[in-house]
Write a protein that binds this ligand. Structure first.
Ligand code: C2E
Ligand code: CA
Ligand code: CA
Ligand code: CA
Length: 276
């Protein structure tokens, strides 16, 4: 039987905690939680696909709930977004991740931070990012901000202005969950995007389904033509890894290489001698 432990939240159904309490209560609890430092950031390895070498991490927020244990974002991120609390929470994740990257102190190691729609529309975003970089001393090029396709649809000119302003800070920009939103190939040409993250939906069957294979092949080709890099998400098996490597994907993320873990576990990975 599974024991209650650090990974206890994984046993809960998505949305379970949110359904136990009402929205207003959850919102109030989250405000307290933010003030009481109950949020933590876990980090998932991002590896160079051919070599499996660690090149960076993606920051993924969790809530260390005083009575419920560790809650994943599916329990609270929608409420945070709806209530606007995602703006201060996201700002905290950004600062915390950059400070952690500085503490690891590995030249060249990168961190990816997710931006929510509200954060992306927030007038203070560019200033927040600039301040967080300055405060941590992290090289701007070591920060990648992840946005989703849906954020680009609102008003393409406004989105373009924001992305260009972020780019001028020297950070890199990634499109998350690529292929799951309402994509328009037009924005890829118009917007200063560096990285395309291929959603797990296309990765799961990449080694077995010819159509998924063809789609990933096309996305990699497109990225190369536009001088962007690709990251495949949700790699769980050797067969998926082999196929994605063959298709020319640059980087990968998934349980095969590592689950999201606390900063100390990443520290251990960093202290391991590099695999031959
Ligand atoms: P995402 O940005 O697409 O993050 C990837 C999610 O896939 C993570 O779930 C990660 O744990 C999971 N994952 C990674 N590898 C595998 C795999 O091999 N197999 C499977 N089945 N899953 C894998 P997580 O941590 O529960 O986060 C869920 C979503 O919550 C994220 O999806 C992101 O949209 C959102 N999120 C997480 N942290 C933040 C944050 O700080 N800010 C914002 N705005 N959103 C966040
Ligand atoms: Ca992401
Ligand atoms: Ca994703
Ligand atoms: Ca996703």
């Amino acid at each position: 039987a599974k024991r209650q432990g650090r990974n206890a939240y994984a046993r809960f159904d998505p949305g379970m905690y949110a359904s136990l309490v009402n929205e207003a209560q959850l919102r109030a609890e989250m405000e307290t939680a933010l003030a009481a430092d109950q949020f933590v950031v876990h980090y998932q390895p991002v590896v160079d696909l051919p070599t499996q070498r660690l090149t960076g991490v993606e920051a993924l927020v969790r809530w260390q709930h005083p009575s419920r244990g560790l809650l994943g974002p599916q329990h609270f991120i929608d409420t945070a977004e709806d209530s606007g609390l995602i703006v201060p929470l996201g700002r905290w994740v950004l600062r915390e991740s950059l400070q952690q990257l500085a503490r690891w102190d590995r030249p060249g190691l990168k961190v990816n931070v997710n931006l929510s729609a509200r954060q992306f529309q927030d007038a203070a975003l560019v200033t927040d990012v600039r301040d967080a970089l300055a405060e941590s001393g992290v090289e701007p090029a070591c920060l990648t901000l992840e946005i989703t396709e849906s954020m680009l649809l609102q008003d393409i000119d406004v989105a373009a202005d924001t992305l260009h302003a972020l780019r001028r800070l020297g950070v890199r920009l990634a499109i998350d969950d690529f292929g799951t939103g309402y994509s328009s190939l037009n924005y890829l040409k118009r917007l200063p995007v560096d990285i395309i993250k291929i959603d797990r939906a296309f990765v799961t069957e990449v080694a077995t389904d010819p159509e998924d294979k063809a789609l990933v092949d096309a996305v990699v080709g497109l990225s190369q033509a536009l001088r962007m890099q690709t990251v495949a998400e949700g790699i769980e098996t050797d067969d998926q890894w082999t196929e994605l490597r063959r298709l020319g994907c640059d980087f990968g993320q998934g349980y095969l290489f590592g689950r999201p873990v606390g900063p100390a576990a990443i520290e251990l990975l960093l202290s391991e001698p590099a695999a031959a």
